[in-house]
Design a protein around this ligand. Structure first.
Ligand code: NAD
Ligand code: DAU
Length: 336
């Protein structure tokens, strides 16, 4: 099988590349990524040594470049991780979110129609459902929960999901979509809550917690997400949406306190700052469908996953220190 993985130099995409190379050594992985601030080719250093892996630098919204790649690579499966992914950045500057997340998804699917593929898989997010009240722990997002977005980021992801479903209905493009909750683990860019708090706590810097820290996220270890995407893109029913999540709800304050306690740092580092505009209160996934249809269950408990993640950040300081110092962009300029 020849698989194009877009966004494979980012957090989840790179974990997925390693998952595929390990679990399906017979398949060929072609990573397509234009190396934005969030893409780091050094993350793929080990993959580059594998003859079944190839890296191509290209923007998914660049039609000509994408058609050329499809012409040369003739993929069987395309899995789209490429996106602008940070909510705060989308509030500052929504435009690039529309370009990459909506137009880019459309261009990829047009290439799939033109060259023919077995499967286009769209990696989406639970944020398309909006949020749930904090005082209703009985409520969860199912695949039938209406789309009700809050931020430019989630709106762009929802628009892409609708486009994917339209291509299924109108052109019979063989598609699937997964909507996952918050991931954590190795190679997570240090602008997101968990790696930001780890890197700042290690430097004894204040930890900026939005509002009162009461917002709830449903955390999933990244490898569990990769396993679910792999299952759905190979065996999921065409035209279907699958929610992914592991019933691991935590308030942001609980997460930050856990990190401080694991690192032996004082809670006095916690600093409450102005809330994110439109801040979603609570996310919580009901993963019954993927469990019943494909037998997927999350394998990593939050207590174990957060410990492993912290150990990874301690053992790979250079990876995130180079990002924070801007050192890695110099490497890109030299190589690409
Ligand atoms: P990330 O920001 O870490 O990585 C995104 C990658 O996409 C980077 O390598 C970047 O260079 C690349 N990219 C961006 N624009 C591109 C373009 N125009 N063309 C080609 N490549 C481009 O993101 P992530 O956290 O790994 O998220 C990956 C996907 O998973 C996204 O679609 C996101 O919406 C979705 N998702 C993320 C989470 C999460 O918790 N991080 C949860 C659910 C779903
Ligand atoms: O739910 C899936 C989504 O999870 C993905 O679709 C997004 O791509 C991904 O970025 C993530 O979105 P969040 O907004 O939930 O993640 P973030 O790490 O930015 O924030 C997590 C929570 O922590 C959120 O409630 C905001 C809060 N926060 C975040 C930062 C960066 C803080 O309190 N302080 C911070 O400095």
């Amino acid at each position: 099988m020849r698989i194009i993985v877009t966004g494979g130099a980012g957090f989840i995409g790179s974990n997925f590349v390693y998952y595929e190379l390990e679990e399906h050594p017979e398949d060929k992985i072609i990573c397509v990524d234009n190396l934005t601030y969030a893409g780091n080719v050094l993350t793929l250093e080990k993959a580059m040594k594998n003859p079944n892996f190839k890296f191509v630098k290209a923007d998914i919204a660049d039609r000509e470049a994408i058609y050329t790649i499809f012409e040369e690579e003739r993929p069987d499966i395309v899995v789209n991780f490429a996106a602008e992914s940070h909510v705060d950045r989308s509030i500052e500057n929504p435009e690039i979110f529309l370009e990459t997340n909506v137009i880019g998804t459309g261009v990829l699917m047009d290439a799939c129609r033109k060259y023919g593929i077995n499967r286009f898989h769209q990696v989406s997010t639970d944020e398309v459902y909006g949020d749930l009240p904090i005082d209703r722990p009985d409520l969860f997002f199912t695949e039938d929960t209406p789309i009700h977005t809050s931020s430019p980021y989630s709106s762009s992801k929802a628009a892409a999901d609708l486009l994917v479903l339209a291509y299924y209905r109108t052109y019979k493009l063989p598609v699937t979509i997964t909507r996952c909750s918050n991931n954590y683990g190795p190679y997570h860019f240090p602008e997101k809550l968990i790696p930001l708090m780890i890197s700042r706590a290690l430097a004894d810097q204040p930890l900026p917690v939005y509002g009162k820290g009461e917002n709830v996220r449903d955390w999933l270890y990244v490898k569990d997400h990769c396993k679910a995407v792999d299952l759905v893109m190979r065996k999921g029913r065409l035209g279907e949406v699958y929610n992914i999540g592991g019933h691991n709800e935590r308030t942001n304050l609980e997460v930050v306190r856990t990190i401080l306690s694991e690192l032996g740092k004082p809670e006095s580092l916690i600093t409450f700052v102005t809330d994110r505009p439109g801040h979603d209160k609570r996310y919580a996934i009901d993963p019954t469908k993927i469990y019943k249809e494909l037998g997927w269950i999350p394998e990593t408990k939050f207590e174990d996953g957060i410990g492993k993640t912290i150990q990874w950040y301690l053992a790979n300081k250079k990876w995130w220190e180079d990002i924070l110092s801007g050192e890695y962009t110099k490497y890109f300029d030299k190589m690409y």
